[in-house]
Design a binder for this molecule. Structure first.
Ligand code: PGA
Length: 222
């Protein structure tokens, strides 16, 4: 069972997690970063703080199987919302790539991930580890669930434009991070969040694996 910290509003969610990231930015750290709606305020806050990202290595959780230059790719999202607005070195920003084992080697070279920031999908996914993903999974190509395609269609012109496949870090990959912070915004996520944090640890609820990690913090606002 994981304690869920309830925050007053989205600004407080963003600034609370920004404080945690800032503490890591002061060191030479390896961060895992999410995309989607939830971290937009976090990235805005981090940009406003004008931190020194010159020694930081980042690894994004996932990416659609699509042209990385497409405006809806997660490469484009990260450049627009964070990377192009900080002094991070482009060569230090990584996205899952094939061969996936080389990506994992790059992630773990030297030392483990210091901090992994996550969101949760309405179906309980973390990154693009959809319900039924193995708890032993590593970075790989996956088919997106219909629920995820529907949820993410808001970022595209039409639902047909949403890629059907993606490349994602696996659940085991994520669990190897030294510290994990889960950000959750919105009442529509509350039921799945409670199931994942307090219910059975089961592969049909991918986020439930976080109950097995010894350094997880969960922040929620509605
Ligand atoms: P969201 O996505 O932040 O856009 O709600 C979270 C997720 O699907 O992991």
């Amino acid at each position: 069972m994981i304690n869920i910290r309830v925050l007053k509003n989205y600004n407080e969610l963003s600034s609370t997690v920004a404080d945690i990231v800032e503490a890591q930015i002061k060191e030479q750290s390896k961060l895992v970063l999410p995309t989607g709606s939830t971290p937009l305020g976090l990235y805005k806050e981090l940009v406003n703080r004008k931190l020194d990202w010159s020694l930081i290595l980042t690894f994004n959780l996932d990416e659609y199987l699509m042209n990385p230059d497409h405006p809806c790719s997660y490469h484009s999202y990260m450049k627009k919302n964070l990377f192009d607005r900080t002094n991070i070195y482009p060569d230090n920003c990584h996205f899952p790539f094939r061969p996936t084992l080389s990506f994992e080697d790059k992630m773990t070279l030297g030392r483990r991930i210091d901090l992994c920031i996550l969101g949760i999908g309405t179906n309980g996914h973390i990154a693009f580890n959809e319900p039924g993903s193995s708890f032993k999974s590593r970075t790989r190509v996956v088919n997106l669930s219909l629920q995820t395609i529907q949820d993410n269609s808001r970022f595209f012109d039409s639902i047909e434009d949403v890629p059907k496949q993606a490349i994602t870090m696996g659940l085991r990959t994520i669990m190897e991070s030294k510290k994990i912070v889960l950000m959750v915004n919105g009442k529509h996520k509350l039921t799945i969040l409670n199931v994942a944090m307090n219910g059975e640890i089961i592969e049909t609820v991918p986020a439930s694996i976080l109950q097995r990690h010894n350094n997880v913090e969960v922040y929620y606002c509605d």
